[in-house]
Design a binder for this molecule. Structure first.
Ligand code: ZN
Length: 213
């Protein structure tokens, strides 16, 4: 407790927003529902050879929001249209929903998974402007996670796949206990949560965030 207070005071003294040695400022972001698409599904949904159109960059180098979107049809035949596609293309298609989105579509116990870990997850019908794909699996709630570089992981004393805690302050403060660590040399310190998690803690109303073991 004392250590945390000291660290908090020290951080405030150093000023949030400045880089501290090997560790970047903690950026916590909300990830809205979206889809990642593979080459084969892209061909069906948008036409053979179609490419994603760059709309805006995402925080992690090389990732971007595309202009393309699709419609997802859930198990109760309810739909969400304007499901945005994030690039670049991946080996497997995947849909990431917040729990509210999932329940609305009829997925009442959608598994929480890390991106890419889709074995045994539910599928859905995806409708694009040029065709329809039936995903056999790949619909998930994305687990809250922290991207970081190896140097940042060393600073926190954590390894790939470990869990950390994220404390969000402010009037509706929440501490998330299962923040998955994802280490990559190309990553910058950055936490991704979904819209339900962000709304629950009023993320947009506070700058008081702290990641710890
Ligand atoms: Zn992420």
């Amino acid at each position: 407790m004392v250590e945390r207070i000291v660290r908090q005071v020290a951080l405030e003294y150093l000023g949030r927003g400045s880089s501290k040695g090997n560790v970047s400022e903690l950026v916590v972001q909300t990830s809205s529902r979206h889809m990642h698409v593979c080459r084969e599904d892209m061909d069906v949904l948008f036409g053979p050879g179609a490419e994603l159109t760059f709309d805006r960059p995402l925080f992690q180098e090389g990732n971007f929001a595309a202009k393309e979107s699709v419609t997802i049809v859930g198990p109760r035949s309810r739909i969400i249209s304007n499901l945005r596609i994030l690039g670049p293309m991946r080996k497997q298609s995947q849909v990431e929903l917040a729990f509210t989105d999932a329940i609305m579509l009829g997925f009442n116990d959608l598994p929480i998974r890390l991106s890419g870990d889709i074995k045994g997850t539910p599928g859905a019908i995806i409708i694009g402007p040029k065709g329809v794909v039936e995903l056999k699996e790949g619909v998930i709630r994305a687990a809250i996670h922290a991207h970081m570089s190896p140097a940042e992981a060393a600073h926190f004393g954590v390894k790939q796949g470990e869990l950390m805690k994220l404390r969000v302050g402010g009037p509706s403060g929440v501490t998330f206990n299962n923040v998955h660590v994802r280490i990559d040399p190309t990553s910058r310190l950055n936490i991704h949560m979904d819209t339900d998690e962000a709304n629950a803690c009023g993320l947009h109303l506070t700058k008081d965030v702290e990641l710890f073991k």
